[in-house]
Ligand binder design. Structure first.
Ligand code: HEC
Length: 174
């Protein structure tokens, strides 16, 4: 029995050391904890306070450069799953880099936010499973949906009011 226990402990400590080393050195999905250039904002999306609160609790960990990393996000293999979601989420749409997107992209994102929230696709279920407070009620979903649609409409209207760009000018000969 003592022999077995001793080996069991050796095994457990071996695995722990291996996981600790992997946590620090192995990042199969990139290193989203390191913000490139130390700059975490490229023109944030401007949000009314009530929308800001909702998106902050439910979306910003994966769709902004200001992710709150809990302690378990540093422990492999959980860290890899979280890093994967954050990396993919930011790659697809990053609220901290909103200013980099063209008005067309911003309109597409706003349309996709409206439908993702309405259909319950976002926030991802594996996230709300751990972050209970990130769950959106039907009323919250409605508020975000209406805001995203309105924001998109406003953006489209402001684009229509703009004078044609120089390139269009040349093409149309006007
Ligand atoms: C746990 C991380 C996570 C959270 C939290 C999260 N998302 Fe996502 N989101 C993702 C990932 C990953 C993708 C890419 C999905 C894919 O490629 O299939 C994505 C994709 C999207 C897209 C599609 C972007 C595009 O290409 O047009 C939208 C819109 C979106 N999320 C909105 C939201 C909103 C709104 C919230 C909050 C209510 C939210 N997400 C919360 C991880 C997350």
């Amino acid at each position: 029995m003592r022999f077995f226990l001793r080996h069991c402990w050796t095994f457990i400590s071996g695995v722990s050391v291996l996981l600790a080393v992997c946590s620090v050195t192995v990042h199969p999905y990139g290193r989203p904890k390191e913000i490139p250039n130390g700059n975490d904002s490229q023109g944030d999306l401007k949000l009314p306070p009530e929308i800001n609160v909702l998106l902050k609790h439910s979306c910003m960990d994966c769709h902004s450069s200001r992710t709150a990393w809990p302690w378990y996000s540093y422990v492999a293999p959980v860290s890899w799953l979280l890093e994967r979601d954050v990396q993919h989420g930011r790659d697809r749409m990053n609220f901290s880099e909103w200013g980099r997107y063209t008005p067309k992209e911003q309109q597409r994102f706003l349309a996709n936010i409206a439908s993702a929230v309405k259909n319950g696709e976002m926030p991802l279920p594996q996230y709300t499973f751990i972050h209970r407070q990130a769950k959106l009620s039907d009323a919250d979903r409605n508020i975000i949906y209406r805001w995203a649609r309105l924001e998109r409409r406003g953006l489209r209207a402001s684009q229509l009011l703009l004078p044609p760009s120089p390139a269009e000018h040349v093409l149309t000969g006007r």
